[in-house]
Design a protein. Structure first.
Length: 298
């Protein structure tokens, strides 16, 4: 029996195993804890994240991409074969496919019917705030929410940090304007809330700022903060819904789409007109953390 096992992936050796390191004197003769640790170390070597189908800038569908991870069951079989003297002294790491949630077939009919829409405006001269708005809007673009599924703004957009590209911009902290990383994204969540409300989707979580914000009518905002308030909604319909976003030229635009088969129940939501003069942004020298006092929506 060979004493050495070479583990290969794409014609390169990624691990070497000595039999004696994994032997134990009792059945099943293999140290399972060490085998589990070995398989865990191989996962990042072979892992490829699946990618959902999505609409490109031209409106054409960009097809989905199948991902891969370690096929642990098959690898264990190969490893036991080596340990029991029946297998090869060299094995190729086996993979199993990871299929994306949204493929081209699911996505294609979802652009047929707009069921909700909302647009808000911002001061494009404030580069930091505009940049943050664009990042957050891009993060939720092309999101598909299936029937019965709940969408979370914080989970979808993720933590807002410098490492992810977010910049210092004005936020509301305990009723006062101050500086915070990711300032401006509440305009995206508020725009989304109004588009979702118009589409008749079920609002699960929504909190208001501690004072009025200028980009939506009073009481129509949705504040968010990582580790704090979140905006979430549930799709109660029997068809998936698709979120499409646009950010630029001083406006945030969000449209909710679905298929022609959907039976939806829209709600009336007050719109907002573009102001003749956008409010200037106030910049303060402060290290205050992003956050807000919460007020239940009326």
């Amino acid at each position: 029996m060979p004493d050495h096992l070479s583990i290969n992936f794409k014609e390169q050796t990624v691990a070497n195993v000595e039999r004696q390191e994994y032997e134990q004197p009792v059945w099943p003769l293999v140290d399972q804890a060490k085998l589990d640790s070995l398989m865990k170390s191989l996962v990042p070597v072979v892992y490829k994240q699946p990618e959902n189908a999505r609409f490109g800038n031209s409106g054409a569908i960009i097809p989905e991409v199948i991902g891969y991870t370690l096929d642990e069951e098959r690898f264990a079989e190969l490893f036991y074969g080596f340990m029991y003297g029946e297998g090869s002294p060299a094995v190729e790491v086996p993979r199993r496919a990871l299929y994306p949630r949204v493929d081209s077939e699911i996505l294609a009919p979802l652009r047929e019917k707009a069921i909700g829409y909302y647009v808000t405006y911002y001061n494009s001269r404030n580069q930091s705030r505009s940049h943050n708005i664009h990042l957050a809007a891009k993060a939720i673009d092309n999101t598909v929410v299936f029937p019965g599924e709940t969408f979370s703004f914080n989970e979808t957009v993720g933590i807002r940090t410098r490492e992810k590209g977010y910049m210092q911009a004005p936020v509301i902290v305990r009723g006062e304007l101050s500086e915070g990383i990711g300032g401006g994204i509440c305009q995206v969540s508020s725009t989304l809330f109004n588009a979702i409300d118009r589409a008749g989707l079920q609002i699960v979580h929504r909190y208001s700022h501690s004072r009025h914000v200028p980009y939506v009518p009073s009481g129509r905002d949705a504040t968010v903060s990582w580790g704090g308030p979140d905006f979430a909604f549930r799709n109660p319909y029997n068809q998936p819904v698709l979120l499409r976003t646009f950010s630029g030229q001083g406006r945030v635009q969000i449209t909710v789409y679905s298929s022609e088969m959907i039976e939806f129940y829209p709600r009336e939501v007050p719109g907002v007109s573009k102001p003749k003069r956008m409010p200037d942004e106030i910049r303060l020298e402060t290290n205050a953390e992003s956050g807000d006092q919460l007020q239940p929506p009326s």
